[in-house]
Design a protein. Structure first.
Length: 449
């Protein structure tokens, strides 16, 4: 397997990766609490005696306005039954959970539980993502703006002016002030947010298919955005400690953490692994388009951005999952871009959730049409993959040939892996159609058509 490591630290990362492969003591299953459905084993996420590869979607962008995701049972069913996906990153919003301070919205929570129950029926795993964009203010040039309720805003901050494009609002005086107030716990707002996370942990702990909790989507450093090292190592780290402690009062499930959103593009970050166990690093990858390369000194493509984040996973021996990636189906190069992403993820046994499971007629980055047909920004994701592995995959590569032939090449060091072959395909090994999804063969090529 080609080792995806940063050029300037090749030797360092090579030995870390090699160590994690040959000495996977983190997967000491006999000492784990077997009641924990998912848990950290070294730099992998494990389920029972297997390492699991989570592959799925974010549900959903349009919920930022509708609050309740647009899907019903059929739209969830086809994720697993048709496309072979096993994972949903479910966006939820503080403003919907706690519209009034210390008063939680039971109807909203129950609607989310209905989605989780349907997902459970089809063996789809769910990550509870506490989502925010521009601190809950709404941008007029997009559907962006969600998360904190109005009561959580600092009324002494400058008025929100709605800058275009929407993401530039992050560097406005209004947004920097709001986030600075949050990190300072002004008016006890951060304390209320952390209590809300504990409430979510208590409500969703009972669901076996809930993988865990994402503490905050794309935490913004506020006025520290040009020099994030101190903010990450002191302020964000302390916030994560408090949040993890609160969640742990109610749940032992995995806890997912992120760094600042400029890292999505390749900006440097300095986050260290928070204190605690059963943690997962969950960065996003949105490399700048070619025409914007070099802006603010950022000149990294998708592979370089991925490698920056992988280095964190290797350094701290923590699992990594790509919480968001994606692009518009209108991009002429989108098929190749998404293929490059998913190849990087699979080669390193890294889970992922594409942004976003919406109809493209409703949202430009939507991945299906009005009839639920996958678009070009989604098609590369739909292919066979090793969902569960007992052992280590030394090699996992995909080959697409000019004659239309497609293969998954593997080398297994271990007992077996469970192949996920989407039902829209037929999968073959050694020229014979696969009937038993348990693959004990040590190396080979799986073809699908």
């Amino acid at each position: 397997m080609e080792l995806y490591v940063r050029t300037d630290k090749k030797v360092y990362c090579f030995f870390l990766l090699l160590f994690s492969f040959y000495f996977p003591e983190g997967c000491n299953f006999q000492e784990r609490n077997q009641k924990e459905n998912f848990y950290q084993c070294g730099r992998f996420i494990c389920k029972g005696d297997y390492k699991i590869l989570l592959r799925g979607v974010n549900l959903s962008h349009t919920a930022k306005r509708t609050i309740i995701p647009w899907v019903r049972e059929n739209e969830i069913k086809i994720l697993r039954e048709k496309w072979g996906l096993n994972f949903i990153r479910l966006t939820i919003f503080w403003s919907a959970v706690e519209p009034q301070r210390e008063r939680y919205n039971r109807d909203y929570i129950n609607s989310l539980k209905e989605i989780i129950e349907i997902a459970k029926k089809y063996e789809i795993y769910v990550l509870i993502d506490s989502h925010q964009d521009i601190f809950g203010f709404q941008a007029t040039d997009s559907d962006e703006g969600d998360g904190p309720p109005e009561w959580a805003r600092d009324q002494t901050c400058p008025e929100f002016q709605d800058i275009k494009p929407w993401m530039l609002n992050y560097i406005s005086p209004a947004l920097m002030c709001q986030f600075d107030s949050f990190w300072q716990d002004k008016n006890g707002v951060q304390t209320s947010y952390i209590k809300m996370l504990g409430f979510l942990a208590r409500e969703f702990e009972q669901y076996e298919n809930v993988v865990g909790f994402d503490i905050m989507n794309e935490p913004w450093p506020g006025s520290s955005f040009l020099n994030t090292e101190k903010w990450e190592n002191e302020i964000l780290r302390e916030f994560y400690k408090k949040a993890i402690d609160e969640i742990r009062k109610f749940s032992k499930k995995l806890i997912f953490y992120e760094t600042h959103p400029l890292s999505d593009f390749g900006w440097n970050f300095y986050i260290v692994k928070p204190e605690g166990e059963n943690l997962v690093y969950a960065p996003h990858i949105y490399p700048l388009p070619d025409e914007l390369r070099g802006v603010l000194g950022i000149n990294k493509g998708s592979e370089e951005v991925f490698l920056m984040h992988l280095e964190h996973s290797l350094k701290y021996d923590v699992p990594m999952i790509i919480g968001e990636y994606g692009s518009s189906w209108k991009d002429e190069k989108v098929y190749e871009k998404i293929m490059k992403h998913i190849n990087l993820f699979d080669s390193n046994f890294i889970g992922s959730a594409i942004w976003a499971y919406d109809k493209a007629s409703k949202y430009s980055l939507g991945i299906v049409d009005d009839f639920l047909n996958p678009l070009t920004n989604f098609l590369p994701v739909i292919r066979p993959y090793p969902e569960l592995v007992k052992g280590i995959l030394r090699k996992l590569e995909y080959h697409y040939y000019s004659d239309g032939k497609k293969e998954m090449e593997f080398i297994l060091d271990g007992d077996e892996f469970i192949l996920n072959c989407p039902k829209i395909f037929s999968c073959y090994i050694n020229g014979e159609k696969i009937k038993d999804i348990k693959i004990a063969q040590k190396e080979g090529k799986i073809r699908w058509e």
